[in-house]
Write a protein that binds this ligand. Structure first.
Ligand SMILES: [Zn+2]
Length: 365
């Protein structure tokens, strides 16, 4: 679909639909919706300038006249950022909101733009999902047109890209009809180390990597078997009860520790999705809701391993829903638990359709 032809699908008479109808201009409506979506990134993201830059670009696009919006220069963006509370000297703006140092403005915007592009790689799947759910056939993307020389400066714009594939699976339709269904949206990941960073883009598992992973699991299982045998042998030879108890305690601790580290990988191979091991979780979130997911890459005939975090909102009380272990009640499953009522507002979690239905009957009442 051509960008200029991109427009709302007629089907759902959603809030977003009405909003778009008023403006009559998709770019502006999309920018407004992206402003809503990015609201919470201001708290969750460490690179604040990247988020503010995106929000400035959205604000200016939303307020721009319907025709002739060919983008904004770094100076216009710098002024907007300072109006929004950024430190004026960094952005080359004086106390009256005028550009006094065009070099600083250009450098600051270029640097924040670089961070924004990294941020966008992690955020765009979730943005696309939200626009698709709202009935759009396109979704926005911050883009730049590199200029050359004074008369032709680099322009920053919001572009509309066609949404990749319609999500009209029966599960999705069923959950769209159910007011108590949950939609899980792909959220960002904050991984700092190299190995973890590779997981964001998907880590292909095939060839020598599969062999290494298999060998590693074999070695660990073999070591555990030897340890168990040694423990049993020691118990048999233990002269006092105290010694026997000590050996049992050590074996239980050792086994528990190994399971704690390796359990997620075993669950991942069985269910194709699992809670990520503790060392991949965010230390500060309070919820261990990062997941490991295996997704088939049909084009290349292999599986890709992703480290993913989903966000959702509780249809009963609007609190955030976190993906968590099912516990004894929903053994072996992952479920969505509402932060306000983790044991009552419980939903299923389907990582393929990214939908969930209430698991407690009385929630319907
Ligand atoms: Zn709730």
């Amino acid at each position: 679909m051509e960008h200029s032809e991109a427009r709302l699908a007629a089907a759902p008479a959603s809030k977003q639909g009405e909003e778009t109808g008023k403006t009559g201009f998709d770019g502006r409506a999309a920018a407004r919706k992206l402003l809503d979506i990015s609201e919470e990134w201001r708290d969750t993201e460490s690179k604040k300038n990247a988020v503010t830059l995106l929000r400035c670009l959205c604000e200016m696009t939303a307020e721009s006249p319907a025709q002739g919006n060919s983008g904004f220069t770094n100076q216009e963006l710098a002024k907007c950022l300072v109006r929004g509370g950024a430190r004026a000297s960094v952005w080359g703006v004086d106390s009256h909101g005028k550009i006094v140092d065009s070099d600083s403005a250009r450098k600051a915007v270029t640097s924040a733009w670089k961070d924004l592009q990294e941020l966008w790689v992690r955020k765009s799947p979730g943005v696309e999902e939200r626009f698709r759910d709202a009935g759009w056939t396109c979704f926005p993307r911050p883009d730049s047109e590199i200029g050359g020389g004074r008369s032709n400066p680099t322009k920053y714009v919001i572009r509309l890209d066609a949404i990749s594939e319609p999500d009209d699976t029966p599960e999705h339709q069923a959950s769209a009809l159910n007011p108590l269904a949950v939609r899980y949206y792909t959220e960002d990941l904050r991984v700092r180390r190299g190995a973890g960073a590779g997981l964001i883009k998907g880590f292909p598992i095939s060839g020598w990597r599969a062999v290494v992973a298999g060998a590693l699991i074999f070695v660990v299982v073999a070591l555990m078997a030897i340890a168990a045998w040694a423990a049993l042998a020691s118990i048999a030879q233990a002269s006092t009860t105290g010694q026997a108890v000590a050996v049992v305690l050590v074996s239980v601790l050792g086994g528990g520790l190994s399971w704690w580290v390796l359990g997620p990988l075993e669950k991942l191979s069985r269910n194709r999705v699992a809670l990520a091991p503790f060392w991949m979780q965010r230390a500060t979130s309070g919820w261990d809701d990062r997941l490991l997911e295996l997704r088939p890459d049909f084009a290349r005939g292999l599986n890709r391993l992703y480290l993913i975090h989903y966000s959702a909102s509780c249809p009963i009380c609007s609190s955030p829903v976190h993906v968590a272990a099912g516990g004894r009640e929903f053994y072996g499953r992952l479920v969505g638990r509402c932060a306000a009522a983790p044991s009552e507002h419980v939903f299923s979690f389907d990582h393929v359709t990214r939908t969930g239905l209430p698991l407690r009957r009385h929630s319907h009442l």
